[in-house]
Write a protein that binds this ligand. Structure first.
Ligand code: ZN
Ligand code: ZN
Length: 222
């Protein structure tokens, strides 16, 4: 069972495909979540649907009562987010026209993409000419905006382990290149680095998988 398709279309048009919680423009990266979860008796009536971006959706479900961190989204609050946002969309569409349509993907999606890029870097270690470098701008951004702090422990560990492994590999490359090319210390580092880079590879893959699972959809909009 799912929400009726025609009514989902109407709802998505009404909210301008923007997330009802963070108001980000989502394009196809939007989902209709259950305000009252199905396992708590929530229905597939459209009144129980709230359009949210992948990140907000994941956050809504990430709260762990055993490990309370932050404040849980409750159905009543979600309903108010939806009503509030639809009211703005209905009554003040001018606001939406003037607002910059951020093409910005969420910080966790950006982190997944950065891990994919780093996976490619790790697959072709090229330290002889210092090669391509690991990137961590999206990790920094995700930390800054608090997206790492809300992750479940095992996901956060996987992400941080991957970046620590990448950093360790980068440091070996850097220290090799602080020595004159062709010197013993240079050669040692350059020989050691590809192994360290390869070591980072499974951890990069694991972090990517954990994040993808976290952002995975349980009620994709079709
Ligand atoms: Zn959102
Ligand atoms: Zn959900």
């Amino acid at each position: 069972m799912a929400f009726p398709r025609d009514l989902v279309s109407k709802l998505l048009a009404r909210c301008h495909r923007r997330c009802c919680v963070c108001h980000r423009f989502c394009g196809i990266k939007i989902e209709t979540d259950h305000i009252v979860p199905k396992e708590q008796g929530g229905s597939d009536d459209i009144e129980n649907a709230i359009p949210v971006c992948f990140e907000c959706h994941a956050e809504i479900h990430s709260y762990n009562d055993q490990h309370p961190r932050g404040r849980k989204f409750l159905p009543d609050e979600l309903r108010q987010h939806k009503e509030q946002w639809l009211k703005i969309c209905d009554e003040r569409p001018d606001v939406l026209v003037s607002v910059h349509r951020a093409a910005d993907v969420g910080p966790l999606q950006a982190l997944i993409d950065e891990l994919a890029l780093n996976g490619k870097v790790a697959a072709r270690p090229n330290v002889q000419d210092q090669g391509a470098r690991f990137h961590d701008a999206q990790l920094r951004r995700a930390i800054e905006v608090g997206s790492i702090a809300i992750l479940r422990d095992e996901i956060r560990e996987a992400v941080l382990d991957a970046y620590v492994a990448m950093d360790a590999a980068s440091q070996i490359v850097d220290s090799a290149w602080r020595h004159p090319k062709g010197s013993n210390s240079w050669a040692e580092g350059v020989n050691e680095a590809p192994r360290r880079i390869k070591d980072a590879q499974p951890q990069i893959t694991k972090a990517q998988e954990e994040l993808l699972k976290f952002l995975a959809t349980e009620s994709p909009v079709v």
